[in-house]
Design a protein around this ligand. Structure first.
Ligand SMILES: Cc1cc2nc3c(=O)[nH]c(=O)nc-3n(C[C@H](O)[C@H](O)[C@H](O)COP(=O)(O)OP(=O)(O)OC[C@H]3O[C@@H](n4cnc5c(N)ncnc54)[C@H](O)[C@@H]3O)c2cc1C
Ligand code: SF4
Length: 593
């Protein structure tokens, strides 16, 4: 039986179409209460929330199916079982299939290759270096991420408006705080309360432990720089499972640090282990892999979207799906691609693009700078397990007071890092008795801090559709034109210098500033391509992530971000998505969509 949402949509769409040409049976079969595009971090949340509220939801995912546990082929693989030594991908394969994504330098190995999209199958152009790191399969990059989760604060939500940069966020911390809490309780976040206004505490499960060198660094450095707080990383790992989490089949983290291969324990948050399981359990979700959404279909007569068009990857056929609510959660770049590719009489420059801001204001977190040092005196000290986490130093610059004010740049940065025994690395060469003996001998420790800096929104940083270069399906590709600016460059100098100061204060030796390779995108925190704002003339989405010009379409991935903060963004995508989904259901019930 068609539900109330579909009946309304079907009735509405019928009024706008020529009945003679209408295949009503096919249309009914492809009609749902809501369509979610993408099944990654944000799509999983949209699916969970909408299905749990009773809507029949179609989730369209461009990539293949990845089932929790059964489709993690390398999850328990030992180093000696790999095809390539230590799982390092041969150069020839990287050059052939991943010439751009090999720039991650660390993440793409034999253990994880199957979770990365291939550059040769999904090409893009760059006028300047742009590193676009993608995972096209059910779960998206929620399988690959490093699970660091931090809340934004009002320092972040107010900065654009106060400083006249970009557009003011249409929401404040108070609007999203309950949704952070809601998401955190569900996914499980391990961390330590710090009470810092610039980094609001989450709802925490027990924190992971710092090792002896990190604890000494904290003691000595905070004595000299009390404002540079050192805390354990906040991660979406379960350290004390709740009944709700156990009911999803999730268990406590085992400190194996093999997470990006897929976690058989469901101990870190991924769509596959958590939100898609929750949505599936309602029996309200239809998940269709191998469906690349190409357009939002806009019904000119109704003044709203009737659904989406997708390319069925198996048959090559175009299929149309119908629903009165559409959630775009295909990731910042792909949601913008769909919008730019959806032209109509009403939207000649792309769906919802009256402001010409779709595809602009691309932001990332600039990184690759910091400092490293040796930590002598700890050679006979050990730690057990492989903690899938590091330490975190929250932002301590430009906090709104004279003491932290910088004259050379706006905003700030945080550090992620840690201390460890490099010869204990799983990927170090060596085997047999000699390797075992080496592992049990006293050995050196290294400490490292890497900055994650806020990037300002700039409309010149943009993506455009490239109709001259097509992908394997004959669809237009993306050309990126993105660069960091003077503000980021000035910040990077400070990121290096301040990291070295912290390590010097820790009493370590051979402190050296690091200045590595960085191209926008390498932070893998791309955002901003359909920003939220108050004014439809200068922004794409309103305070509830609705497209200003078409209220039944919501965009809730990184595209929505009006500024980037300096903290990892995925927690904010999840909170925005849950908030928007609940709003959509209420607005739908009131007939406001
Ligand atoms: C190695 C690595 C480490 C990271 N570490 C962190 C971290 O510590 N903390 C953090 O906050 N973030 C981290 N991230 C970033 C994080 O993974 C992303 O922010 C997050 O996954 C984005 O969620 P999303 O839903 O927007 O996109 P994704 O999770 O990428 O999901 C998008 C989905 O949409 C699908 N899709 C795309 N186009 C279409 C289409 N046209 N039709 C249908 N489906 C489509 C894709 O196949 C994909 O499944 C990391 C990422 C990587 C790769
Ligand atoms: S470290 Fe924890 S989350 Fe990561 S794979 Fe192991 S058990 Fe799973």
């Amino acid at each position: 039986m068609l539900s109330r949402f579909v009946r309304r949509a079907a009735g509405a769409a019928t009024r706008g179409l020529n009945m003679a040409n209408l295949n009503t049976k096919a249309k009914a079969a492809n009609s749902y209460d809501a369509i979610v595009v993408g099944s990654g971090m944000s799509g999983g949340w949209a699916a969970k929330e909408l299905t749990e509220k009773g809507l029949k939801v179609l989730v369209l995912e461009r990539g293949r199916m990845v089932r929790h546990r059964t489709d993690y082929p390398t999850a328990t693989m030992a180093p000696w079982e790999t095809k390539y030594p230590r799982g390092k991908m041969p150069d020839a394969i990287m050059k052939a299939h991943y010439p751009k994504q090999e720039r991650t330098g660390y993440a793409l190995t034999e253990y994880t290759e199957h979770f990365f999209a291939k550059d040769d199958e999904h090409p893009y152009e760059e006028t300047q270096r742009f590193d676009w790191i993608r995972g096209y399969h059910v779960g998206g990059r929620s399988l690959l991420w490093a699970r660091q989760v931090y809340r934004h604060s009002d320092l972040d939500f107010e900065a654009n408006g106060k400083q006249g940069v970009g557009v003011d966020w249409p929401i404040r911390y108070a609007d999203i705080a309950p949704w952070y809490e809601y998401v955190e309780k569900y996914i499980g976040v391990s961390g330590q309360h710090e009470g810092l206004p610039q980094l609001p505490d989450s709802v925490f499960q027990p924190a992971m432990e710092m090792n002896c060198v990190e604890l000494d660094l904290k003691k000595r450095s905070e004595a000299k720089y009390p404002d540079r707080r050192i805390t354990i990383g906040r991660v979406a790992h379960i350290t004390e499972p709740t009944d709700e989490q156990k009911a999803l089949g999730r268990g406590r983290c085992q400190n194996r640090n093999m997470c990006s291969r897929g976690c058989p324990f469901g101990a870190f948050f991924s769509s596959n282990a958590v939100t898609l399981v929750a949505a599936d359990r309602t029996k309200n979700m239809t998940l269709k892999p191998n469906q690349t959404v190409t357009q939002v279909v806009y019904d000119e007569k109704l003044g709203k979207a009737s659904g989406v068009k997708a390319l069925d990857e198996a048959s090559g056929q175009e299929v149309e799906y119908f629903a009165p609510i559409v959630f775009l959660c295909a990731s910042a770049m792909n949601s913008a691609w769909i919008m730019l590719n959806s032209t109509s009489h009403r939207f000649p420059n792309g769906f919802g693009n009256d402001s010409d801001q779709v595809g602009r204001n691309i932001m990332d977190h600039h990184l690759g700078v910091g400092a490293a040092a040796e930590a002598p005196g700890y050679e006979d000290m050990y730690y057990s397990g492989r903690r899938p986490n590091g330490i975190y130093i929250p932002r301590f610059r430009n906090l709104g007071d004279a003491a932290t004010q910088r004259s050379d740049y706006l905003r700030g940065f945080g550090y992620q890092g840690g201390a460890g025994r490099p010869n204990w690395d799983r990927y170090e060469p060596g085997f047999g008795a000699a390797r075992k003996t080496a592992l049990t001998q006293p050995g050196p420790w290294l400490v490292r801090l890497g900055g994650f800096g806020e990037m300002l929104p700039n409309p010149k940083n943009r993506m455009t559709l490239n109709h001259a270069v097509k992908d394997k399906n004959g669809l237009p590709t993306i050309t990126f034109d993105v660069a960091i600016g003077d503000n980021e460059r000035a910040m990077r100098k400070d990121m290096k210098a301040a990291a070295a100061e912290i390590l010097e204060a820790g009493g370590f030796k051979n402190v050296r500033e690091l200045d590595g390779d960085y191209g926008p995108g390498l932070g893998i925190h791309e955002m901003g391509t359909a920003r939220m704002g108050r004014d439809p003339k200068t922004s794409v989405l309103n305070a509830h992530n609705q497209v200003h010009a078409c209220k039944n379409v919501f965009v809730t991935d990184g595209a929505a971000m009006a500024s980037s903060s300096c903290v990892n963004p995925s927690l904010t995508y999840m909170a925005l998505t849950a908030r928007a989904a609940n709003y959509a259901v209420e607005a739908g019930k009131k007939g406001e969509l």
